[in-house]
Design a protein around this ligand. Sequence first.
Ligand SMILES: [Zn+2]
Ligand SMILES: [Zn+2]
Length: 358
Amino acid sequence: MSAQSATAQNLSFVLEGIHRVKFEDRPVPELKGPHDVLVNVKFTGICGSDVHYWEHGSIGQFVVKDPMVLGHESSGIVSRVGSSVTGLKVGDRVALEPGVPCRRCEPCKSGKYNLCEKMAFAATPPYDGTLASYYILPEDFCHKVPDSITLQEAALMEPLGVAVHIVKQADVKPGQSVVVFGAGPVGLLCCAVAKAYGASKVIAVDIQEPRLKFAASYAATSTYEPFKASPLDNAKRIIEENDLGSGADVAIDASGAEPSVHTGIHVVRAGGTYVQGGMGRSEITFPIMAACTKELNVKGSFRYGSGDYKLAVSLVASGKVNVKDLITATVKFEDAERAFQEVKAGKGIKTLIAGIES
Ligand SMILES: [Zn+2]
Ligand SMILES: [Zn+2]
């Protein structure tokens, strides 16, 4: 399997089936509409969902039937613009927002385009992802980054956008306490965004001690490793250790793990907010009585919507959120599969794949 070919125009990293990937030179895509932009992809972060497709060939109802290009956390340089594009020019450095909504359905028209019924999202079957030399998006889904943000950092705008959306759903206010379950990239970024929103206590919870160590050095004001006890007992201990009074103002789950969901519901004070950001099993048992009697605001959070990337870029540009520290390694495009293996093995926090040098 040779990744390098002198004639390669749009080398793409394609998933054919479970653990079956290949490099394929595909045609450079053509601009379809006057608002389209062709981006030369420079860096792509590997996400849990990419690894899941690579390992299992499906996520929930999304099944990889035809070969699909992986990747959706990308940055790049504008290499061609459509005739009606006004906000971008060739050479601009951009973070890619990799889901294009229909703009016509009810959720789209009501302003929640992340809930679009016809969303075309990168590396979600049947749509190809961004692990290619070139990718096309409408101009309003290419977010220009200032010179102070590197293209490596720009690739992290995608998970940061996810975290921004979660924290907005949680409606975090200055001085509040926030408990974040899961200290992977999105959980860590939730900690950082909650802090930027003025949360005074941000508690990271995870079952892996090295991750908690990192969280403490990164954005969490304290950490908690659950012990073998009921979720209720773990919640009590989180409240005691952190002096949270009758409970946390906000709990965010960025793990998708059932015990975290339980503990999260129990750790929130009466009238507080719980946001589900993590995706794990599709059905779990749930402490519904606690949610009822505490009148919790229980919300979901899915991808990102209007203004989320803009805020993500400004949080990094202003130095309020650091994404650089989350980048553990950058591998060559030719070594893309190795990056998947390392992410699967739990090595580091965020591994980037560099684009083909052009
Ligand atoms: Zn992702
Ligand atoms: Zn729509």
